[in-house]
Ligand binder design. Structure first.
Ligand code: GRF
Length: 199
């Protein structure tokens, strides 16, 4: 199975996925890293690991449609079976998602359906929750709303700051994302309505 990872930033989840693949925990090929940000550290991580990269910067395309068409072409060329979004800050269109229906995963840094959106850690912290944590889910047309594959609970400590909480959440992300990917690779995820059952 061939995987493409989409990133926009630091790429710590990408690194965890690369490391898990190298250790033999993820039994699939990471064939491609796609990014919309030329200078992001995730691209450097990909290059260091010898993974092909594809840069899809908004400014080089006349529309979102053209940008996504270019990405899709590349995905087909590389025979990609699974798309893993790891800090990719761009919303995918319904047409794009249809092309890879139930074959796109995302990680979100809160316990969905709470605190959707780009400020999942901050919003949960400011709300004052006592437990939060990351969610891996299938991507559907509605943002942060697809069937949940794995979640991990992180307790908010009295002396936590937003930064220390973020670190704790990221540590959990790096455990559950490789696990969820391997479940997909093994064909152990079965969708029943909005439930993703692990078989
Ligand atoms: C993670 O917190 C993830 O939950 C969110 O974006 C962040 C990406 O971090 N979707 P990194 O680039 O993998 O370090």
């Amino acid at each position: 199975m061939n995987i493409a990872v989409f990133c926009s930033g630091n790429g710590t989840n990408l690194q965890a996925i690369i490391d898990a693949q190298k250790k033999g925990f993820i039994k699939a090929d990471i064939r491609l890293v796609v990014s919309d940000m030329a200078e992001c550290f995730a691209m450097k991580r990909a290059e260091k690991a010898g993974i092909k990269t594809f840069l899809a910067e908004k400014k080089n395309f006349s529309s979102q449609k053209d940008l996504e068409a270019a990405i899709l072409k590349k995905l087909k060329e590389e025979k990609i079976d699974l798309i893993v979004l790891a800090g990719y800050m761009r919303l995918l269109s319904p047409d794009f998602i249809k092309e890879y229906k139930n074959k796109i995963l995302n990680i979100h840094p809160s316990l969905l359906p709470s605190f959707k959106g780009t400020r999942g850690i901050k919003d949960a912290f400011l709300y004052g929750v006592k437990i939060t944590g990351p969610t891996v889910h299938f991507v559907t047309e509605d943002m942060d709303a697809g069937p949940i594959i794995l979640q991990s609970a992180v307790a908010v400590m009295e002396d936590d700051t937003e930064e220390t909480l973020a670190e704790a959440i990221h540590r959990e992300e790096h455990k559950i994302y490789p696990r969820a990917i391997q479940l997909f690779v093994e064909g152990r995820l079965r969708l029943e309505g909005r439930r993703a059952r692990i078989i």
